[in-house]
Design a protein around this ligand. Structure first.
Ligand code: ADP
Ligand code: ADP
Length: 228
């Protein structure tokens, strides 16, 4: 079953800019893939349509058989609970500990404190930050902060994780660490869609790659093609 499907999706901003033109693709459960292209190609717009920060002008976006065009009002927040989002700039709360930042999505869902503590601990272990639970974000390195952002996105065990330039501010070593972490998620049932303009990094991963050029999906490269 596809976790995500775009059918002939176009997005035109009110300014008249055609950010996406008739884009179609499907993502299977447990798949990891990249979307790449130059700045302005439409990568962020594609991700925004998935977490409903933007709406398509034409075409259909299906998430787990849910037609996102029909998701309105309070259901938007419910939908966002099923999609983990990782931002380049982390968006961590500076005055809360690492553990509190990661636990926030669970607190918002009304989980009991003991359950939250257990899941936060397990998730911080998973991203290699078990020893940093009580630190404040400002006390962490850039790579650690990004891992906190990832922990916060995966603590709810979303069906899909989307990441917009997650390694944009990191050096190559840290970028590779973050990518290895993403790569481990499909094993746990989370599909992963990463937007990156860093073609060298994307190629090294040997995953499926969607290539956008001026809003058009011009290539859909399978891992086999990259294995050569
Ligand atoms: P990318 O993430 O690949 O850099 P974007 O999706 O951010 O691309 O942008 C695609 C195109 O849409 C660009 O031409 C950009 O200027 C335009 N665009 C993005 N967001 C908006 C907006 N809110 N209003 C108008 N135009 C926008
Ligand atoms: P911009 O228009 O520059 O993207 P916004 O503040 O609207 O500024 O959004 C910043 C980023 O955060 C965008 O990528 C947007 O899609 C995303 N975003 C905003 N609100 C949410 C939310 N509740 N859940 C997930 N992503 C969100």
């Amino acid at each position: 079953m596809s976790v995500l499907r775009f059918d002939n999706v176009s997005k035109q901003y009110p300014s008249g800019q055609n950010a996406l033109s008739e884009v179609s693709f499907a993502v299977e459960a447990g798949e990891m893939l990249f979307v790449t292209g130059h700045s302005g190609a439409g990568k962020s717009t594609l991700l925004k349509l998935i977490h409903l920060s933007e709406r398509p002008s034409r075409g259909t976006v299906l998430f787990a058989e849910r037609n996102l065009g029909k998701v309105r009002g309070s259901r938007v927040a419910l939908h966002r609970r099923d999609v983990g989002v990782v931002f380049q700039d982390h968006r961590l709360l500076g005055d809360r500990s690492v553990a509190d930042n990661v636990g926030l999505p669970l607190l918002l869902r009304g989980l009991r404190r003991s359950d939250i503590a257990r899941r936060v601990t397990a998730t911080l272990e998973k991203v290699g930050l078990g020893a940093r639970a009580r630190a404040l974000p400002s006390q962490l390195s850039a790579g650690e902060q990004q891992r906190v952002g990832i922990a916060r996105a995966i603590v709810v065990e979303p069906a899909l994780l989307v990441a917009d330039e997650p390694t944009g501010n990191l050096d190559p070593t840290l970028s590779a660490e973050i990518m290895a972490l993403f790569e481990s998620l499909p094993e746990r049932g989370t599909s992963v869609l990463v937007a990156s303009h860093d073609l060298a990094l994307v190629k090294r991963m040997k995953k499926r790659v969607l290539v956008l050029d001026q809003g058009r999906l011009v290539d859909d490269i399978s891992p086999l093609e990259l294995a050569e």
